[in-house]
Design a protein around this ligand. Structure first.
Ligand SMILES: [Mg+2]
Length: 405
């Protein structure tokens, strides 16, 4: 393990090393075995390395290959390792008291949730990841799942649900959901790209059908973007924010992050370079459409032919939402959503279609949203009368853990 973290790549390498350590520890917990102190010490070393990175205010400073530096808020990475170490070295009761100090009304919210949901065995547990069952992290690549988080979710998945699906808009593999998750095998279905691709409980990958020509175009474009960000002057764009993500029918490349780490000029210049590559790959603009959010450049395969791909309610990929993803998973994996009861969890507007699809299939649907936004709460409640809200992902996973006891 590199202890002297100076650049961004070393930071990601360190975080990936914590993934394998955490995976081992979570595995030992599942088998009821003792945790060797050497493993805990590895986590402590990683924490030490992160805390030793030079800081200004609340941001760490790392160097980039081209003599520039970048400022990052490593709150997620540092706090989650601290929690994991505390979790390993204390009882669950003490760990809950530790969380209570961080989160207002921790026990009160859990108790309210238990009063509603205790004793229900769910046919399906379908949940968003970031901001819902996982604390929010500014960088997808380093948002490694914590040990306590994995154990709490695994308890619930094993005890309280037939199918447990984690559904996110990020890709499922090649720096996707499975690369940052540490859960034991054969428990969760991992669905990426809003549910258009997934890895089932047996580790088998599957995706919605896509035209061969379209896929080849996208593959070629992805190769060109990969070689672009392998050049030192552009490497930074694969390392910030969403980085370079190959989703189903869509590629994302960041040009800025929420900390504005990139200068306005460099960011605009990079957008221009990426647009140039897309134009060269697709001179007649038949295959790709670009959406620029200011942070991310989304390059979307435009599929006008509804026979090529059937996103169920539309011939256009853009309108595909997580509800369509749930439909697709239900039809290919025989989830039996119509049977219920189902528990659907989310934290933003884009998660509501998952609740809506479950409600269309059965009224025996419950939903928990991690939000204090009254408008969002009302929107969920209007669709699903059995809705409940908590303020933090930690509270949701602790509640799920308690329901499994
Ligand atoms: Mg979310």
């Amino acid at each position: 393990m590199i202890m002297d973290i100076q650049n961004l790549q070393q930071f990601y390498d360190l975080m990936f090393s914590t993934k394998s350590i955490r995976e081992k520890i979570a595995g030992l917990y599942c088998k009821n075995q003792n945790i060797p102190p050497a493993l805990t010490n590895s986590l402590k070393s990683a924490l030490n390395a992160l805390e030793n990175i030079p800081k200004t205010d609340d941001k760490q400073i790392l160097s980039l290959s081209n003599d520039k530096t970048i400022l990052l808020n490593m709150g997620y990475e540092i706090e989650e390792i601290k929690k994991d170490i505390y979790f390993i070295e204390h009882s669950q009761k003490e760990f809950y008291l530790f969380l209570e100090k961080i989160h207002t009304d921790f026990f009160k919210q859990i108790q309210e949730g238990e009063n509603l949901l205790k004793g229900i065995h769910f046919k399906n547990f379908i949940t968003d990841r970031d901001g819902t069952i996982n604390n929010y992290c500014g960088r997808y690549k380093s948002s490694i799942q914590s040990i306590y988080n994995s154990l709490f979710l695994t308890h619930f998945a094993c005890q309280c649900a037939d199918n447990s699906v984690i559904l996110t808009s990020a890709p499922v593999k090649n720096i996707g959901l499975i690369d940052i998750s540490i859960n034991p095998k054969n428990i969760f279905i991992y669905a990426g790209s809003k549910g258009r691709e997934y890895i089932d409980k047996h580790g088998i990958y599957n995706q919605m059908a896509i035209g061969e020509k379209e896929q080849n175009m996208l593959t070629l474009l992805n190769e060109r973007l990969t070689s672009l960000v392998s050049r030192p002057e552009y490497a930074i764009f694969s390392l910030i924010g969403s980085g370079l993500q190959f989703k189903y029918g869509q590629t994302t490349i960041s040009r800025q992050n929420i900390y504005s780490s990139i200068s306005e000029e460099d960011s605009k210049n990079f957008l221009h370079v990426v647009k140039g590559i897309v134009d060269e790959s697709d001179p007649q603009n038949k295959f790709f459409r670009i959406e620029d959010t200011g942070m991310d450049i989304e390059i979307i395969l435009t599929l006008k032919n509804a026979d090529t791909i059937k996103p169920l309610n539309t011939a256009n990929l853009k309108a595909f939402d997580k509800g369509d993803g749930v439909q697709f998973l239900d039809s290919t994996l025989n989830l039996g959503i119509e049977k219920g009861p189902n528990l659907v969890c989310g934290d933003t507007k884009s998660d509501i279609p998952m609740v809506a699809v479950s409600m269309e299939k059965t009224k025996d649907t419950w939903s928990i949203f991690v939000t204090e936004d009254k408008e969002l709460q009302k929107e969920v409640l209007d669709i699903c009368p059995r809705s409940f809200y908590v303020s933090e992902p930690d509270i949701l996973v602790s509640l799920l853990n308690n329901l499994s006891i």
